[in-house]
Design a protein around this ligand. Structure first.
Ligand code: EPZ
Length: 463
């Protein structure tokens, strides 16, 4: 649900935040009707990366000036993060026509993020590093788990303590403060037990204003981590090695304004590549950084999909009739991304032969399987492993999305399924895919957004 240019972010956000209340939200009472099988054709414009824009918004709290972020997607998660920054005292202008976000964090007069918002967007927890580094104190509600896992923040907390912060968790609140007289964090050597994306980002941001040098070992190497580092460097930070396992940050006294463009969303790009593959279509996507999708492209080619890189920032997928099985194991970057596991499983469900999928990053990321099986897929799950027995075709059915990427998987399956699928779960899709149905319609997909309340008097005209 993109922000309208003419309304303030708070007015808009209030309606967005409302939308997460399942009872009242129009979004949750809407469904998508998808008529398949579709054949797609044309070019798709890929938006800025959600998982870059969210930490980048938090990083602007480190600056005492006005920061401009470009290619910021219009997503529910972005709207909620904007409301978190507003609650902390920042002033925000979101121009949805130019996908530009102007954030003035020169005055940050509140060190506590509202529970109501952190509850809905766990990425808002990433603000703890910048607030603590800027104010010397931060009170951030403990983000709850979500559909895909418990999502603890112990690595964030341990790292902040290594940087000299006192951190106590009580009553569901993470209270962090710097007891030293200078109110400055101090550089430290930190080893992450797991290459957590969020913990790497939180600690890298906190270390930019610390005294001395910080070394983060076993750091996450995701492109979004590197993008965040490039943003901070453009703000005046000294960061070396982002995108590798070891990141070195030399603290500086302050960071300044910046005008920065977010990288393209590699998961949106991968999702559209699968839309092309699962419907045996001819589509192009841009902008994209092919290197960010190496593992996904390699797996698509191993199932028989033809992909051509025509320019440095575009990919072209061609109809490829015979698709055969392959095995997937999700890993931290540069391994196969966990966010592509569900969408790729939808494709594998119609690839001939058996495919073996192992999810190693999150402990509960197989909830799309039961819904895919309702559409005629033949998938068995045991713990974090799934065996996909390819079937000749899927059949339409009413399905419900449990989380963002599971919902994307069901939409992709519906594009290939015979008949009219009724999808519920738009509130999940709106979090991470900007106008997914509009973009698919432009490619020729037959989708229609329908309010459940009208369901009874909808004529039987097909879409
Ligand atoms: C980021 O989540 C992304 N979200 C996720 O995308 C993505 O799936 C994930 O990285 C992995 O690539 C954003 O960037 C906003 P992690 P994050 O910390 O940072 C465990 C999507 O669909 N862990 O790398 O939360 C954790 O439980 C979303 O766009 C700890 O144990 O991921 C998980 O098992 C979903 N302790 C594993 O590490 C910690 O302190 C990876 O989590 C932190 C994490």
């Amino acid at each position: 649900m993109p922000l309208r240019k003419d309304r303030t972010i708070n007015q808009q956000l209030h309606s967005i935040v409302e939308s997460d209340n399942p009872e009242s939200s129009p979004v949750n009472q809407s469904t998508l009707k998808i008529l398949g099988p579709s054949c797609l054709q044309g070019n798709i414009n890929i938006g800025g990366a959600k998982n870059s824009a969210l930490p980048a918004m938090a990083a602007t709290l480190l600056s005492s000036g006005v920061c401009r972020l470009r290619q910021v997607p219009c997503l529910a998660d972005i709207n909620i993060m904007g409301q978190v920054l507003s609650a902390l005292g920042a002033k925000i202008k979101h121009n949805t026509n130019t996908f530009t976000l102007d954030i003035d964090a020169s005055i940050i007069n509140n060190s506590e993020a509202p529970y109501e918002l952190v509850r809905q967007l766990r990425a808002s927890f990433f603000a703890i590093g910048p607030i603590l580094a800027r104010l010397g104190v931060a009170r951030i509600p403990l983000p709850g788990g979500c559909a895909i896992g418990a999502r603890p923040v112990d690595l964030h907390v341990k790292g902040l303590q290594a940087l000299g912060a006192e951190v106590h968790i009580e009553h569901g609140m993470v209270n962090a403060y710097i007891s030293s007289s200078k109110k400055k964090l101090r550089g430290a050597k930190i080893y992450l037990d797991y290459p957590s994306v969020g913990a790497t980002e939180t600690l890298m941001m906190a270390a930019t204003l610390a005294e001395g040098e910080t070394i983060i070992e076993n750091a996450a190497q995701e492109p979004e981590v590197e993008d965040l580092a490039n943003l901070c460097i453009a703000m005046g930070a000294n960061i070396f090695g982002a995108g590798t396992k070891t990141i070195v940050i030399s603290g500086v006294p302050k960071l300044h304004s910046v005008d920065y463009t977010i990288i393209p969303d590699r998961i949106e790009a991968g999702t559209f590549l699968i839309a092309g593959a699962i419907t045996n279509s001819d589509i192009s996507i841009s902008p994209v950084v092919p290197k960010h999708l190496s593992a996904v492209i390699s797996k698509l080619q191993s199932v028989g999909v033809k992909i051509i890189q025509e320019t440095s920032d575009s990919l072209h997928i061609l109809p490829s009739k015979i698709l055969k099985s392959t095995d997937i194991e999700t890993q931290p970057y540069p391994g196969f991304p966990t966010d592509m596991q569900a969408p790729f499983m939808a494709l594998l469900s119609i690839c001939s032969g058996s495919s073996y999928i192992t999810e190693t990053v999150f402990e509960n990321r197989m909830r799309h399987v039961s819904e895919l099986n309702r559409m005629g897929a033949n998938i068995r799950v045991k713990g974090n492993n799934a065996i996909v027995q390819g079937v000749p075709k899927l059949s339409a059915a009413p399905v419900i999305g449990s989380d963002l990427r599971a919902s994307a998987a069901l939409i992709l399956a519906a594009l290939a399924a015979e008949g009219e699928t009724i999808f519920q779960g738009l509130q999940h899709l709106n979090r991470g895919y900007e106008q997914l149905e509009v973009k698919l319609q432009k490619l020729g997909a037959k989708l229609q957004r329908v309010d459940l309340v009208e369901e009874n008097d909808i004529s039987q005209d097909s879409i």
